[in-house]
Design a protein around this ligand. Structure first.
Ligand code: GLN
Length: 490
């Protein structure tokens, strides 16, 4: 069946109208997985048997005439840092290669109650540290639009699964951009909601003051629907906040009005921003002006400071959250070593990859007594300054339009390993919302001449998800969905 041309609401309607069964839908998605997965490699673990059972269960409930929640019977994927009881959850690390969690993450519990069909656990950068999914201890994921290129990361498996039709939707996690950046490089829609809007309970912590879960979908309304399902207060996540709307989908469909969109000129003058990326963003800006938005230049000075501040804060917090993986408390225990210290040493040496070790070392360095004031405290101050800068802009603007990445997807293996290189700075546009806790929505802006997707980012003040969806829906309604990789190749 042709599920690729249908959005989530249409799939839900089709299942209820009995136009097709959940089994048919699920089998079609697994047929796509059989065809594409050997090349794309979006998953670490496939859960075909579980999926078929879930599909049959939904079909049985539907034939009893039961009313089911919106995602019932629809196949989706979860990033492999989201705990799924009884299903291996590896964080793409050797350290947790055989780890089967005893509990469900809050979001998976909600999705199970929704009767969603789980296709599998998606590949990612190890412990979500990275931006190309190449730090996974298992295998690389390839970009469905050009399989010689990266899908982005760290939620690269989730993005590639949705882009290639190996899932109808997916969840990722976003600490510094890991939902928005791979969504942009794979031509799908990715939301980083307001900090705390989706519970992180049961999601492996990278950097607690930054981590967020985000919906990854083909369309804007799919994304709003998924957020509607997931945004619930969780008293067991200390950072959880209550939503302020009963329907993001309805807000996406509200009249466009005359929003004010900030255009940070300095972002578009950066040397590494590719010309075709810039041109697509300017076209988007002109489109918004043509339908009644007011575009105003805004002055943002903190982008470089965000980059430094983010890597200090995330590595410092990452250092402390990684401490528990020592082969004794958690994680695979090395056979080498007789003393306690030896066991720690060998377990961590063998179990963790280079990028994770690099972050641990950087975080540890920044937190030592001699360095704390120069690095960690300074980074915390940077964070406050960035917050004030954005809050000031949102006194007069409804949203800010920015690039997501300076370039489209780059070739696999092409980025230098060393810190401070292009690899890290290519990420910088996604960092301000992470540091400020503000929501940011990525959606496709178009494609380059070589057929690679380019994303744009709409940033808004806290709890402005509805307004961001409305802006994005207006663009999507006028431009249509991006052609799928299959359509591009045809
Ligand atoms: N690429 C960024 C990093 O490597 C962001 C990762 C993330 O959001 N999980 O830290």
């Amino acid at each position: 069946m042709d599920y690729r041309s249908m959005q989530l609401q249409q799939l839900a309607d089709g299942l209820r109208a009995r136009d097709f069964s959940s089994r048919e839908l699920t089998e079609s998605v697994f047929a796509a997985i059989d065809k594409t997965e050997p090349v794309v490699g979006a998953y670490i673990t496939l859960t075909r048997d579980i999926a078929m059972k879930q599909a049959d269960r939904v079909d049985a409930l539907l034939s009893e005439g039961r009313e089911l929640p919106p995602l019932a019977g629809i196949p989706g994927a979860l990033k492999d840092n989201i705990a799924t009881a009884g299903i291996r959850t590896t964080n793409a690390s050797r350290m947790l290669a055989d780890f089967v969690p005893p509990n469900d993450a809050f979001v998976w519990r909600i999705l199970r109650q929704q009767e969603m069909v789980l296709t599998g656990k998606a590949n990612m950068d190890e412990f979500a540290m990275g931006h190309s999914t190449e730090t996974s201890a298992f295998h690389r994921t390839r970009n469905p639009y050009d399989t010689s290129r990266v899908p982005g990361g760290s939620s690269g498996g989730s993005a590639a699964a949705v882009a290639s039709g190996e899932a109808c939707f997916a969840l990722g996690s976003d600490t510094g951009g890991s939902v928005r950046q791979p969504a942009a490089l794979c031509g799908i829609v990715g939301m980083r909601p307001t900090y705390g809007l989706i519970s992180r309970r049961g999601v492996t912590t990278f950097s607690s003051s930054l981590d967020q879960i985000g919906p990854m979908t083909r369309s804007v309304r799919d994304n709003a629907l998924l957020l509607d399902v997931l945004a619930f207060f969780d008293e067991k996540d200390a950072q959880s906040v209550a939503r302020r709307t009963d329907s993001f989908v309805r807000e996406a469909d509200a009249p466009f009005g005359q929003p004010v969109i900030g255009w940070p000129q300095s972002y578009f003058e950066l040397n590494d921003l590719r010309g075709d990326v810039k041109a697509l963003l300017e076209k988007a800006r002109d489109f918004y002006a043509s339908i009644g938005a007011r575009i105003v230049p805004v002055d943002l000075k903190t982008l470089d400071a965000c980059l430094a501040g983010y890597y200090i804060i995330s590595s410092a917090e990452g250092f402390s959250s990684m401490n528990r993986f020592d082969g004794i408390h958690y994680g695979r225990r090395s056979d080498g070593g007789n003393s306690l210290e030896d066991i720690y040493f060998h377990s961590r040496s063998e179990g963790l990859g280079t990028e994770v070790k690099r972050r641990i070392l950087l975080g540890c360095y920044a937190l030592t007594q001699e360095n704390y004031g120069d690095y960690y405290l300074k980074a915390a101050k940077v964070r406050t300054i960035v917050k004030r800068e954005f809050e000031a802009i949102f006194r007069t603007c409804d949203a800010i339009l920015t690039p997501v990445t300076a370039t489209p997807a780059w070739p696999l293996g092409s980025h230098p390993e060393e810190m401070g290189g292009g690899k890290y700075s290519n990420d910088r546009f996604t960092l301000p919302p992470s540091l400020t806790g503000m929501p940011a929505l990525e959606l496709p802006a178009g494609m380059t001449g070589e057929g690679l997707p380019v994303g744009m980012q709409l940033i808004g003040p806290r709890f402005s998800e509805g307004a961001l969806y409305r802006l994005a829906a207006a663009f999507e309604d006028a431009h249509g969905l991006l052609p799928t990789p299959e359509e591009v190749k045809a």
